[in-house]
Design a protein around this ligand. Sequence first.
Ligand SMILES: [Zn+2]
Length: 407
Amino acid sequence: MPNKSFGESSCTAAASGLVQVRGARENNLKEVDVSIPRNALVVFSGVSGSGKSSLAFGTIYAEAQRRYFESVAPYARRLIDQAGVPDVDAIDGLPPAVALQQQRGSSNARSSVGSVTTLSSLVRMMYSRAGAYPANQPMLYAEDFSPNTPQGACPTCHGLGHVYEVTEAIMVPDPSLSIRERAIASWPPAWQGQNLRDILVSMGYDVDRPWKDLPKKDRDWILFTEETPTVPVYAGFTPAETRAALKRKMEPSYMGTFTGARRYVLHTFANTQSALMRKRVSRFMEGKPCPTCHGKRLKPEALSVTFAGVDIGEFMQVPLDQLAALLEPIAQGDFRAHATGAATDKEATRRDRAERAASGRAVHAVSPDVRRTSALSEEKRLAAQRLAGGVMAPASTAWAGFGLPDA
Ligand SMILES: [Zn+2]
C-alpha cells in the first residue's frame, strides 16, 4: 500500500538517504520510478516537454506540500484542493519541500524570508493558523496576511507601504513668484495653466502678487481644494477688465472649471494615458512611509498577530541565515517567545530571562509562564511547532525544487 504520511516507511526511506518515487504519472510521465539522493543538489535534465517540471514540481513538490498542509491545518484543505493531488503511487523519504520560482538569480543567506516567494504563503499560513493573537481578536485567514489582497492590505496606503504627499513646498518651489509668473510649478503647461489662472482672476484672486504675500486661506484653497467651481472666463482680459465684465454680466469667452493644484497632480497621476504626463506630475508627489503600517503594507489587525514575538512584516525581513535562531525554540516546543501579546511583552520576557539568569537558574529550567502561554491551545502549539519547522527547512538543507527557465 502506498504510504501517504510522514510515517515509518518515510523514516526508513529517509534513513536510506533517498527520496523514492514510484509510479509517477503526472502529465506526460509514464509510470516513472526514481530514487533521488537527499542532502544533495540534484538536477533533472531533458528536452523541453520531457517531464522535468512534472516530476519536480507536479509530483514531488506537490506531494510534499499536500502532506504538509494536511498535517498542519484542516482549514488548509482548500489550498490542497487548489493544488490537486499528484498522480503517483508512492513517494517515501520526502522532507518538507519548498519550490523556488523559475528566475534568474537565486536565494542566498542574504535573501529574506519575504524574497523567497513560495515561502511567503507558508509564512502567512503560519501566522494565520499558529500566530499569537491579541485577546478577543478572531483568527484571520492566510489572505489577511497578504498586502496584495483587499482583505490584507493596509487601508491607508492600500498595501503600497508608502503614501504620496503633495505639499505646498513641492508645488510652489519659488514663493516669490506670482501666479501669473507660474508660481504653481505643478500646474499644467500652456493653455491649461493659463485657463486655471484666468479662472482664479474671475474668482477675484490676486494673480499678480508674489505667492508668499497671498493670505494663507487663499493659498490653501488654490492648492488643496476639492471643490471644482465653474465660472465665466474672459480670455485676454486684465483683472480690472474681468471685474468690469463680470459686473456688466458680459458674455464670457467660455465657462471654465477650476481644479485644485493637488487634485490635478493626483488625478493626472492616476488617470492619464500619457507616460510623459504621469512622469511630469510625479515630480510633485513625495513618497513617505505609510503612517499607519510604517511600510509593512498590512492592515493593523494582521500586524497585531505575532509569531516568535515578531509581526509578519518584521518576519518577512529576517535574513534566511537568521531564521533558525528565531524559529528553533518553537520548533523544539519552547513557546516562551511565542505568546499572546509577545510584541508588547518582549521587554518583560527579556527582563524575566535576565532575572532567571541572574538568580542562577537556567533560563529554560522554569515552568512555563501561565499568564503568557495559556492562550495557546495544544492544537495551536502543535501547528506552531510544525509550521516553524517547515519554514526553517529551506533555510537549512531540505529538499528545494529549483527550476531553470525553459530555453
Ligand atoms: Zn499602510
